[in-house]
Write a protein that binds this ligand. Structure first.
Ligand code: F6P
Length: 368
């Protein structure tokens, strides 16, 4: 009997339960070996503190449609303290675990990779985040659910925005990459879309709203990413011009223990709304969709992608493919080596999967 552990780390995302269900169900059908599954509670903190829960095909049978994660999650950076790594290694051994599946974004995955690389922990990674910014996979589950929720919210906002002939500035999640913002913006026919990948000035947004008026549209929806850099507004600069060309993350932003930008929800929406009203003379409101984008049931797409990821992770366990990451490439779900997808150490600059270069020019056709 082999003992397989799994954990969910970082910000939750709809579809996590689909992955857990996929892993446990697929392993229960393996004929060459018998598997017992357990889950660590609250991500890496559960491994460090030895908090576990048994997972059986029965206990995961009715969780597919549920948002969040039945295992709980936390943003625990085990590699910040050498004693935490030692605790995790001791617990891993004492519990007699044969393989560990870490389901999370780049922060969670990088810990799994380091434990595998530095201590030979048989780890497999499954990429998750509503932000869709993990390198190596076309889509992370959670992303499409977030886009569906944000689009539905904007459909509702549009009716009140139209009645008042206002501008509504809607802030979507995405600190480093504009996936949710750009997809939601296109899906909701926004009058302007601002993403971290394309710094803009507030005057350009005001101009787009004026053009909409000239076309006879008496309201405007402006979708901004929480990490968007918008010159001329009173919000901390997120992205700044690099000497010698290009852009980089500003030194002025606050960062968490993994190096992610920490932002105040609503800061950029409010700042943009204030300036837009001044520049256009049109009444403007700002709203951050915030954690609503991460809440609630997964979309059908994310239930299916999460299930496929879970099954692929279970098959990687059965095949002893450790140090691998489950990915979606085109139509195929396959496990590929984690090496090269993540930072080799936490002092290196983080790398993200950004919007492809041709996305925003396509989006702009609708409002330029
Ligand atoms: O990483 C996913 C994410 O939802 C980001 O888009 C957002 O900036 C962040 O998490 C919010 O984190 P928290 O839930 O810790 O406030």
């Amino acid at each position: 009997m082999k003992r397989i552990a799994m954990l969910t780390g970082g910000g939750d995302a709809p579809g996590l339960n689909a992955v857990i269900r996929g892993i446990v169900t697929r392993l229960s059908k393996e004929t060459n070996e018998q598997y017992k599954c357990i889950g660590f509670i609250d991500g890496w903190a559960g491994l460090r503190d030895k908090r576990i829960e048994d997972l059986t095909p029965h206990s995961v049978d009715q969780i597919l449609h549920e948002g969040g994660t039945i295992l709980g999650t936390s943003r625990t950076n085990l590699y910040k303290k050498p004693e935490d790594v030692q605790k995790a290694l001791t617990n891993f051994k004492q519990l007699g675990i044969d393989a560990l599946v870490a389901i999370g974004g780049d922060d969670t995955l990088e810990i799994a990779y380091y434990l595998y690389r530095d201590y030979g922990i048989p780890a497999i990674g499954v990429p998750k985040t509503i932000d869709n910014d993990v390198l190596g996979t076309d889509f992370t589950f959670g992303f499409w659910s977030a886009v569906e929720k944000a689009t539905a919210a904007i459909d509702d906002l549009r009716t009140t925005t139209m009645s008042h002939h206002r501008i509504m500035v809607v802030e979507c999640m995405g600190r480093h990459a504009g996936w949710i913002t750009a997809y939601t913006g296109v899906a909701s026919g926004a009058e302007f879309i601002a993403v971290p990948e394309h710094p803009v000035r507030i005057e350009a947004i005001a101009e787009a709203c004026r053009r909409a008026r000239e076309r006879g549209k008496l309201h405007a929806i402006v979708v901004v990413a929480e990490g968007a850099s918008i010159g001329g507004v009173d919000a901390k600069p997120r992205i700044v011009k690099k000497e010698g060309g290009g852009w980089e993350i500003s030194e002025k932003v606050e960062r968490d223990s993994f190096g992610n930008i920490v932002l105040k929800p609503g800061e950029i929406a409010e700042a943009v709304a204030k300036e837009l009203e001044k520049l256009t003379g049109i009444e403007t409101r700002g709203l951050a969709l915030g954690h609503l984008q991460r809440g609630g049931s997964p979309s059908a797409y994310d239930r299916i992608l999460g299930s496929r990821y879970g099954i692929c992770a279970a098959e990687a366990v059965a095949a002893g493919k450790y140090g691998y990451l489950v990915t979606l490439r085109g139509d195929r779900v396959e496990a590929v080596p984690m090496k090269g997808m993540l930072r080799e150490n936490q002092t290196e600059k983080k790398r993200y999967k950004l919007l492809p270069d041709d996305f925003m020019p396509m989006a702009e056709i609708f409002y330029s």
